[in-house]
Design a protein around this ligand. Structure first.
Ligand code: KIV
Length: 272
């Protein structure tokens, strides 16, 4: 039985790699403020993401497109103030990565302002040069493949990605290219569970999943979904962890424990 506890040491990229090598799953969540950041860390969450999902769950927009660098910076500073050992990752918002130089400038600014450890970027093949440049300048990155919400206007909605064999092979090849270019983490969103397992197996870097099955190295969800306060329809891959729990702390500990014990996600949360 896994009992979630506060983190003893600073979570680093080598630490997450070691967990992957040892087959231990790690738990990640989004947060956007000081109070929840501290609470998540106390409950054993190893990585906290200030996601551009804040455009939807904090600002009330329909998409993540309106989120600005200043928004990420503001929430990044607030979350950083609540963390001691958990890894802090920040999303690079839409329009902040239009060239490697712009990406370096914006990522450096965010890391200096917030002291986050990692930036996350959507974009796959388009961002290979940027990932390589970030790595050269000592900026740790997490590449985001699968469903990329910043592409919503091109995609016309949010759908599972990589279902056709050709798309799956392309995603696997891109994941390998991103690893070779120097990305430190990979995040897979809304990807069939068997494809996510194949990608996770093929890479040395830790792979974090949301709607990507149980065989990735770490799980992430949007905090509001976990606490069942998201307005409207809940995504299939999320779970209300408040159900049956008497406090927010108990719900978060339940999430961490279910991730560590591979109980979450189960068949009802995954895509095939
Ligand atoms: O913005 C966000 O919160 C994310 C998660 C869905 C992983 O990218």
């Amino acid at each position: 039985m896994y009992i979630p506890k506060p983190l003893d040491d600073k979570v680093t990229i080598p630490h997450l790699k070691k967990l992957k090598q040892e087959g231990e799953k790690f738990a990640c969540l989004t947060a956007y403020d000081y109070s929840f950041a501290g609470l998540l860390e106390d409950c054993g969450v190893e990585l906290v993401l200030v996601g551009d999902s804040l455009g939807m769950v904090i600002q009330g927009h329909d998409t993540t497109i309106p989120v600005t660098l200043d928004d990420i910076c503001y929430h990044g500073k607030a979350v950083a103030a609540g963390l001691q050992n958990a890894m802090l990752m920040l999303d690079m918002p839409f329009g902040s990565l239009n060239s490697p130089q712009q990406a370096i400038d914006n990522a450096s600014y965010l890391l200096k302002q917030t002291q986050a450890q990692v930036v996350k970027l959507e974009g796959g093949q388009t961002q290979l040069k940027t990932v390589e440049t970030l790595a050269k300048f000592g900026i740790a990155s997490c590449s985001h493949l699968g469903l990329q919400p910043q592409m919503v206007n091109k995609m016309g909605g949010y759908r599972v990605q990589g279902k056709a064999r050709s798309a799956a092979e392309e995603m696997l090849a891109t994941a390998k290219d991103l690893e070779a270019a120097g990305t430190d983490l990979l995040l897979l969103e809304c990807v069939p569970a068997n494809l996510a397992a194949e990608i996770t197996e093929a890479l040395e870097i830790p792979v974090i999943g949301i709607g990507a099955g149980v065989d990735v190295d770490g799980q992430i969800l949007v905090l509001q979904d976990v606490l069942n306060v998201t307005a409207g329809k809940k995504p299939k891959f999320s779970k209300n962890f408040m159900q049956g729990q008497s406090s927010i702390q108990a719900a978060i500990k339940r999430y961490v424990s279910e991730v560590k014990r591979r109980q979450f996600p189960d068949q009802s949360h995954i895509f095939s």
